[in-house]
Design a protein around this ligand. Structure first.
Ligand SMILES: [Zn+2]
Length: 327
């Protein structure tokens, strides 16, 4: 039960999940996974929990789905070791979304149309290294920067051997963590994807998409920017060709976004003091993205589920009458 704690006071309402004290400890991976299991155990009817792969050192990479919608979006955190706060954010978003699903019929209908898959912790080994011995570490356990390990055009290569950051690896998708994300994207055919990073309070949203995809991307990016207050990175500054988001846009010709949380840019994990503000700015992002995808892709909402409790007594009566007739 040691894992059941809370962030910044009682931000989860009745349920407590993380604690400031426990956030930046070597147990973060285990704590997050336990919390994902708790959410799934609390709401088994409309959540799904699965492992999508494992890190170099064999740590499980978990994905949690909220809602039953066949269409879905991906929200992903912690490609980079020192950016572990993004993993906490995604896990708390998952918990809040599950609570809302349970309470609110309108939200339930939307999430049963477009569900949300969370992969809070993509790089468990890198996060552990940053938490224990090397605070500025971004790469995975093999010294490959996972967000340089996707095939993206125009990416400048600056580091040519394993390093704490920016080494792209021997070839694209050479790492088990990026393979897990890639295969999960192919399997689920997401409508869009969010990748959380830190820091700088920015939204990256463009990577050479044109036409309809460009229009959708711009419109959603503006909504994200006004919800969070994060600056939209202009097209002229978006030609770097780095990472998951650029790969997703190019590979699927669909919108995808990198959200950089946090103000402090000192090459170290964000101080916990920033979390309260980050949570406030990002807590509604999952629902905002679901609603925007429903809108821009003109997705028909599923019909509301009929309450079977109302029908059951009649059905019981008629079948018992039949039984009497048959006798
Ligand atoms: Zn990053």
């Amino acid at each position: 039960m040691g894992i059941v704690v809370c962030i910044c006071g009682n931000v989860f309402g009745g349920e407590k999940i993380f604690s400031a004290e426990e956030l930046y400890t070597k147990d973060l991976h285990q704590n997050l996974n336990t919390n994902l299991e708790m959410i799934h155990n609390e709401y088994p009817d409309f959540t799904e929990l699965k492992s999508i792969g494992a890190s170099i050192k064999g740590k499980d990479i978990k994905a949690l789905k909220i809602g039953t919608g066949e269409k879905s979006i991906l929200i992903n955190g912690a490609h980079h070791g020192r950016e572990m706060m993004t993993a906490v954010l995604c896990t708390q978003q998952a918990k809040e979304l599950a609570d809302k699903y349970a309470e609110d019929e309108v939200i339930r209908r939307k999430l049963d149309t477009v569900s949300v898959w969370f992969v809070p912790l993509t790089n468990p080994d890198g996060v552990l290294k940053a938490l224990t011995t090397y605070p500025s570490w971004k790469a995975n356990a093999g010294g490959v920067d996972l967000n340089r390990n996707y095939p993206t055009k125009g990416a400048k290569r600056t580091v040519f051997r394993p390093s704490s950051k920016e080494y792209h690896g021997p070839q694209p998708f050479s790492e088990p963590e990026t393979i897990a994300i890639r295969d999960f994207c192919y399997e689920q055919n997401f409508e869009t994807a969010i990748a959380y990073h830190s820091a700088g309070e920015m939204v990256y949203w463009w990577f050479y998409q044109q036409g309809e995809c460009l229009d959708k991307s711009r419109s959603i990016a503006k909504k994200i920017s006004s919800a969070t207050g994060y600056r939209l990175v202009p097209i002229a500054e978006s030609k770097g060709g780095y990472g998951f988001t650029d790969w997703f846009i190019a590979e699927f010709n669909k919108p995808a976004f990198t959200l950089e949380i946090g103000k402090t840019c000192n090459g170290l994990p964000l101080g916990f003091w920033e979390y309260k503000n980050i949570w406030k700015k990002n807590r509604n992002i999952p629902m905002l993205i679901v609603e925007e995808m429903i809108k821009v892709n003109q997705i028909q909402l599923i019909e509301p589920v009929i309450d079977t409790n109302i029908l059951l007594p009649e059905m019981t009566t008629s079948s018992s009458i039949e039984a009497e007739v048959l006798d």
